[in-house]
Design a protein around this ligand. Structure first.
Ligand SMILES: *[C@@H]1O[C@H](CO)[C@@H](O)[C@H](O)[C@H]1NC(C)=O
Ligand SMILES: *[C@@H]1O[C@H](CO)[C@@H](O)[C@H](O)[C@H]1NC(C)=O
Ligand SMILES: *[C@@H]1O[C@H](CO)[C@@H](O)[C@H](O)[C@H]1NC(C)=O
Ligand SMILES: *[C@@H]1O[C@H](CO)[C@@H](O)[C@H](O)[C@H]1NC(C)=O
Ligand SMILES: *[C@@H]1O[C@H](CO)[C@@H](O)[C@H](O)[C@H]1NC(C)=O
Length: 284
């Protein structure tokens, strides 16, 4: 009542306009309330795929006790068919895009706990792109998008080769893509600068995408820790080696760039996917 009193100074015409606007606002609020009951929260995690290997595209949702009514659909932007569909406790692959045939699975026994992650085998460079994980349960539907990146990365092996010309270090990693940069650093006990010329070569592997990385560092000295760093836009691997008169110590490590740094969380009906996608693309 008091809200309507505020419109007292308005003419009958503008009064009608105010009522229409109020009605629209109320309809909108009710509309959101209803759609809220029919949406569930779905979260996807940005993933990274290593070409030729197995990979997991992460997706979780708020589970429902009526497991049999859960439908999980994975779709890829630009793909003609679905990536994977899981419904009534079983895979339904009639509408699967041929490029994913035989390479996908969901973790059926984990779906009950809210895990809608997709397992992707034999990752291809072309699998990179924007994926949508949509889930429908008895409570409602939800969807989330993730940007999937692919490349190749592997841990290096560092070895010492002794010859009459002095010791040489060899840093070798079997599979990288895009072609990485390689550099060496040295940390000696003496703290003296350590001038070294590294010789790095790349060899194309038989699948014509990934390269084998081989780098030599000549004339290395004892009691110094040498580090070989292999790095591209998706990963950074280091191989440490320390040679003393009595021992050789090695440490290797691989870090993936930005893994799980972005995550898209959403709570909205699945039909809003088309609206959300352009916003998501603008934000990256
Ligand atoms: C889903 O389950 C798989 C298999 O156990 C596991 O590797 C993965 O980390 C799980 N994902 C999430 C998001 O919990
Ligand atoms: C670098 O390696 C290539 C092939 O392994 C060799 O031909 C070349 O002489 C090497 N260069 C240096 C500076 O050691
Ligand atoms: C790789 O490229 C070579 C020459 O370009 C070609 O002969 C070979 O069939 C290619 N291999 C694959 C797996 O595509
Ligand atoms: C290594 O040292 C030897 C002798 O000290 C020198 O002749 C040779 O050029 C050096 N090699 C490199 C690659 O620096
Ligand atoms: C390396 O360090 C050990 C122990 O500190 C020492 O005995 C040895 O002489 C050193 N070797 C060189 C080449 O500096």
């Amino acid at each position: 009542g008091s809200a309507l009193m505020l419109s007292f100074p308005f003419s009958p015409n503008s009064m009608t306009a105010v009522i229409i606007i109020l009605a629209a606002v109320i309809a909108l609020i009710i509309g959101f309330g209803i759609s809220g009951k029919h949406s569930i929260s779905v979260t996807a995690l940005t993933s990274l795929g290593n070409i030729g290997q197995r990979s997991i595209l992460g997706c979780t949702f708020v589970p429902d006790i009526w497991m049999d009514s859960t439908v999980i659909q994975w779709a890829k932007e630009g793909a003609a068919g679905l990536v994977h569909e899981f419904r009534g406790g079983k895979d339904h692959l009639q509408e699967q895009d041929p490029s994913f045939q035989g390479r996908t699975a969901v973790f059926a026994e984990q779906v009950m706990g809210g895990n809608a992650s997709l397992e992707l085998k034999d990752v291809q460079l072309s699998d990179a792109g924007t994926y949508q994980c949509s889930v429908t349960t008895a409570r409602g539907s939800g969807a989330a998008v993730l940007h999937y990146r692919t490349g190749a990365f592997s841990i290096p092996v560092v070895q010492v080769q002794s010859s009459s010309h002095g010791d040489t270090l060899q840093c070798e990693a079997p599979r990288w893509f895009p072609r990485p940069a390689v550099h060496w650093t040295a940390h000696g006990d003496t703290g003296d600068p350590l001038p070294h010329a590294a010789n790095t070569s790349y060899q194309l592997n038989p699948e014509n995408i990934t390269v084998r990385v081989l780098s030599f560092l000549h004339n290395v000295t004892a009691n110094t820790t040498y580090t070989c760093v292999i790095e591209n836009s998706i990963a950074r691997a280091i191989g440490n080696i320390r040679v003393t008169d009595f021992s050789i110590t090695k440490v290797t490590n691989l870090q993936l760039v930005n893994l799980n740094a972005e995550s898209v969380s959403s709570s909205f009906p699945a039909c809003h996917w088309m609206l959300l996608l352009p916003l998501y693309l603008l934000s990256i």
